[in-house]
Design a protein around this ligand. Structure first.
Ligand code: SF4
Length: 349
């Protein structure tokens, strides 16, 4: 059986484990500070025998960086390798004075969205919570080696995989990120993005709180199915019903991500459709110009088309943002992630 990662344990798990090892609860803060901040703390407060015993029970290793690419705009794309040699991409994105880490939650993805490079790869396996927190820790360490004053990055679950298709492990990882004595990120510093995986959305009622984003991309069921095949099983109308329950319960605003694809979803009919769908809801529309990838069937609109589409939505009094594309020169932008060894070896990815 695979050894459990130390970085998948919540604060409560550590509390119970130390007690079961016959240790005082007062040891917990020193143990956690040593694990997450500075191992030197252990020299003073933790017995070497306890460290040895726990090393025999848990896996303290982190993913390895097998490849790094830095974009001209400061975006950094890592290829992270796990113990079974499977790899995912993790991206550090500069935003004003801090960074955001885009984390993967699965190796590949089974959702097959037609605008997404990862979708062409298929689902290989779910990541464990330790592998999800591990990506964050490795990317943050890399960042701090470059700039010791860098602030801990925020998180978006928008890398490879559908986070709600791996609910148990993602939920556990969020608990680790959120615990003040573990990684200490606030709930508002984490954003979970879904394509509308309905069983996962229903389960969000009992899920640790984060910001939530839905990949919308079209207000029309038939067109959305073309872009997001899972819309066939989980129609937008059902997804919206569940999101309404969630916003009423948890008083949150949902971000609706809208890919801008030339000659596809940018007509006046789409403006009307978005208005009908969102005018009465607490919504922010995040417009994302499509990022082409090798073999993609769609095209990116030009800057004027993007501006006009945004202005038409604003004129309808909808709240709209346009996401700046980052890292497209290294295929690290939204929808462009895919572990592609051949392209890497050829220097094309
Ligand atoms: S967009 Fe997200 S859910 Fe869709 S195929 Fe890509 S990684 Fe999977």
């Amino acid at each position: 059986m695979e050894t459990l990662s130390a970085f998948s344990l919540t604060q409560e798990d550590w509390h119970k484990l130390l007690l079961s090892e016959g240790e005082s609860p007062h040891l917990l803060p020193f143990w956690l500070d040593g694990l997450y901040k500075d191992k030197k703390i252990w020299n003073k407060h933790v017995s070497p025998k306890l460290i040895e015993r726990l090393k025999g029970k848990l896996d303290f290793s982190l993913p390895e960086i097998s490849h790094v690419q830095e974009s001209l705009d400061g975006t950094v794309k890592f290829l992270m390798r796990f113990k079974d040699q499977m790899e995912v991409e993790t991206v550090l994105i500069p935003f004003h004075k801090r960074f955001t880490v885009c984390l993967s939650t699965q190796v590949g993805c089974g959702m097959k969205c037609s605008f997404c490079y990862t979708g062409t790869q298929g689902l290989k396996r779910n990541l464990t919570s330790g592998e999800i927190t591990g990506q964050y820790m490795v990317a943050t360490k890399w960042l701090k080696q470059k700039n010791a004053k860098a602030i801990n990055p925020n998180i978006v679950f928008m890398g490879q995989g559908e986070p709600l298709h791996n609910l148990t492990e993602v939920s556990r990882a969020i608990n680790v990120f959120n615990a003040p004595q573990l990684l200490g990120l606030g709930q508002r510093q984490m954003t979970l993005s879904t394509v509308g995986y309905l069983p996962g959305i229903k389960a969000l009622k009992n899920f640790p709180h984060t910001n939530l984003a839905l990949s919308l991309h079209s207000p029309f069921e038939d067109e959305r199915k073309l872009l997001i095949p899972v819309n066939e099983r989980f129609p937008l109308s059902e997804v919206m019903k569940e999101l309404d329950i969630l916003t009423n319960q948890k008083k949150r605003i949902i971000t609706y991500e809208y890919l801008l694809i030339k000659n596809l979803n940018m007509s006046d009919k789409h403006i009307e459709g978005l208005y009908e769908l969102l005018e009465k809801r607490k919504a922010i529309i995040n417009l994302i110009p499509f990022n082409p990838f090798p073999g993609s069937p769609w095209e990116r609109p030009d800057e004027d088309e993007i501006k006009v589409f945004k202005e038409k939505l604003v004129a309808k009094r909808l709240r709209v943002l346009v996401r700046t594309t980052k890292g497209s020169d290294i295929l690290a932008a939204c929808g462009q992630l895919k572990v592609n060894k051949l392209a890497r070896q050829n220097g094309t990815n």
